[in-house]
Design a protein around this ligand. Structure first.
Ligand code: GCB
Length: 602
């Protein structure tokens, strides 16, 4: 107990420090922007690259208090400015800069973007400026004033800009910096493309002074038929009436907020249809006060474990999964539209999946929502990947903040069954402390889901494979990246190995796979061919069924060939990781059909 309290105190201190260090000016995240009144600030924004960061630092590299580029109208009365947004080209927001401007394809640094928009203030309304994500460090200026900063490339953030908006034309300027640095998360090396830019929606969310900030709607723990909801206002105001309605279930409840500004609801609902991949039932939910109103679609399910079994709604389930990067099919840039989400999820369905591992960072909100509608369970992950600076408090605070934002955004998505706190991290005391605290935080913030991380193998001998990791006691599910036949021996090794995994927890193989260039053929022993990859899948799937302890799910690596600056081999990789079952042009490789027929008979 003492230890838990201690960790909680540490965690709280780190969160507070996190907000001070890696983010600044952010309001607590508002839940479900898509169910509210918003104005989209997407569209074409003027931009220019600023590799020397002239627009942010003065010549001594001190942040310039006047922020040179923050507002072109007021910053330089002399007119001697050496930049001009009006004369600069435009790029689409949301969108990465790498695939929009050939000169910026490999650019890693600062880019300034500007969008003008008209605004008419309404009495009693507050305006939140919301970014779905922007990679990586984002500094925001509105009408010449600094609004705030956010660190982390894959989670949403919002600022209250009510007092900075003016009637008529407004100028929003955003500096985005995607440099890779050792203290960032992810850090200097990772195996995916470092797309920079404002990569997700930018919205102006209009809410009343006192509004519904967030809510949680789920099954009461330990039950299959009792809906529980809590609704939090943006202020600690007691005595406000809040309504909670699910018309289809004839639920219409009212409650008043307590001193924390929170209203709670509970209702037994024997006729509830639980969400599952076979029947991804969602209910329309309305939450309202006398002047605020949020609409959502919510499903109900339980996800628990029993020894080595994984249980969905109390019944054992096998996760037929695939790992996915958020990179658009055919176009191969950061996903910018929901249609692009649907293509990837459609391929996962075609494979026969009931589950997707959204690697290695939180994907866009619509991806998760579409998956929920399609009956796909989700593993959601923060980019704590490979070698993080485990000893540094500011790095921990940043990881914690990204974890917090991931959970905050998606805790009402019933299809999210696992929060993953890391991928392939080297063992050590500092790492264990770092990840142990993240796991405790996630569990305390959201006790309705399972916690996991993609571990590495730690074998007992070259032929007796295993996972042994101190983090095992912190996670609910033992997940690991396997790779026999690719990074460990060739395909014939798969038939020789034995497995001993000593934990009594469900096992998920979070990755296995091998590279194949679409259209390259040879014998099943010829590396880089479709035949090699297909054989690797056949052998691995047989091994899982016949020679491993009970495995509760798999998410082979990976749905589609994806860009990675680490993949240098000419004529084979050409800048792409080739472990996709589908090529970067959308062609299915042989292994696609091997996995598809396995999932059909499973
Ligand atoms: C891994 C990583 C993944 C890589 C993959 C590979 O273990 O988790 O990010 O892309 O291997 O292809 O090497």
């Amino acid at each position: 107990m003492k230890r838990t309290l201690c960790l909680l105190a540490l965690t709280l201190a780190a969160i507070l420090a996190g907000h001070a260090q890696c983010t600044e000016g952010n309001e607590p995240l508002i839940q479900n922007v898509y169910g509210r009144q918003t104005e989209r600030l997407n569209g074409y924004w003027n931009y220019f690259a600023d590799p020397l960061e002239t627009g942010y630092f003065n010549y001594r590299r001190q942040p310039d208090p006047n922020g040179f580029f923050k507002d072109i109208e007021v910053d330089n009365v002399t007119g001697w400015k050496e930049y001009d947004f009006d004369l600069s080209p435009v790029m689409a927001v949301p969108g990465d800069w790498n695939t929009q401007d050939p000169e910026l394809f490999r650019y890693e640094g600062m880019v300034w973007l500007r969008r003008k928009f008209n605004f008419e203030p309404a009495d009693g309304q507050r305006q939140l400026l919301y970014f779905g994500a922007s990679n990586y460090l984002t500094r925001v200026f509105l009408n010449g004033e600094k609004v705030g900063t956010h660190e982390g490339g894959y989670t949403p953030f919002n600022f209250d800009v009510t007092d900075k908006l003016v009637a008529g034309e407004n100028t929003l300027i955003v500096a985005v910096d995607n440099k890779r640095l050792p203290e960032r998360i992810p850090t200097v090396i990772c195996d995916w493309f470092n797309y920079g830019g404002i990569t997700r929606d930018v919205l102006l969310v209009s809410v009343p002074e006192t509004h519904i900030r967030t809510y949680t709607v789920a099954l009461k723990q330990g039950t299959f038929d009792t809906i529980e909801a809590s609704v939090a206002l943006n202020v600690r105001e007691a005595g406000r009436e809040v309504k909670f309605e699910i018309p289809e279930l004839k639920i219409s409840l009212a409650a008043t907020t307590d001193a924390e500004g929170v209203a709670r609801f509970e209702r037994r609902t024997p006729k509830l249809t639980l969400w599952s991949p076979d029947d991804p039932k969602l209910y329309d939910v309305t939450i309202s006060t006398d002047d605020d109103n949020v609409q959502d679609c919510i499903g109900f399910r339980t996800i628990t474990t029993r020894g080595r079994e994984l249980l969905l709604n109390g019944k054992p389930i096998f996760l037929k999964g695939i790992s996915i990067h958020e990179e658009a099919a055919f176009r191969n840039g950061r996903i910018a539209t929901v249609e692009e989400d649907r293509i990837l999820l459609g391929w996962a369905r075609e494979l026969g999946c009931n589950y997707v591992r959204l690697a290695h960072y939180p994907h866009n909100e619509q991806m998760v929502r579409e998956a929920e509608r399609m009956g796909l369970m989700v593993w959601s992950e923060i980019p704590v990947y490979w070698t993080i600076l485990w000893e540094r408090e500011d790095v921990y605070a940043n990881a914690l903040n990204q974890l917090d934002e991931m959970i905050e955004r998606d805790h009402n998505r019933c299809n999210v069954i696992i929060w993953s706190i890391a991928n392939e991290t080297p063992h050590g005391d500092a790492r264990d402390r770092f990840l142990g605290s993240l796991a405790d935080y996630a569990r305390q913030k959201d006790p309705t889901r399972l916690i996991s991380m993609a571990m590495e193998r730690n074998d007992k001998s070259p032929e007796v494979l295993s996972v042994r990791d101190n983090m095992s006691r912190h996670v609910d599910v033992i997940s690991f990246n396997e790779y026999v036949g690719w990074y460990d021996g060739t395909n014939e090794k798969i038939d020789r190995v034995r497995w001993e995994i000593d934990y009594d927890k469900p096992i998920i193989i979070s990755e296995f796979g091998g590279d194949a260039l679409y259209g390259r053929h040879g014998r099943p022993t010829d590396i880089w061919t479709e035949e090699y990859q297909a054989e690797l899948f056949r052998k691995t799937l047989r091994m899982i069924d016949e020679r491993m302890p009970l495995v509760s799910g798999i998410s082979p690596w990976v749905l589609k060939d994806f860009r990675s600056a680490r993949r240098l081999l000419p004529q084979t990789q050409d800048g792409f990781n080739r472990k996709g079952l589908v090529s970067e042009r959308g062609e299915r490789k042989q292994a696609f059909y091997v996995l598809q027929s396995y999932y059909r008979q499973k």
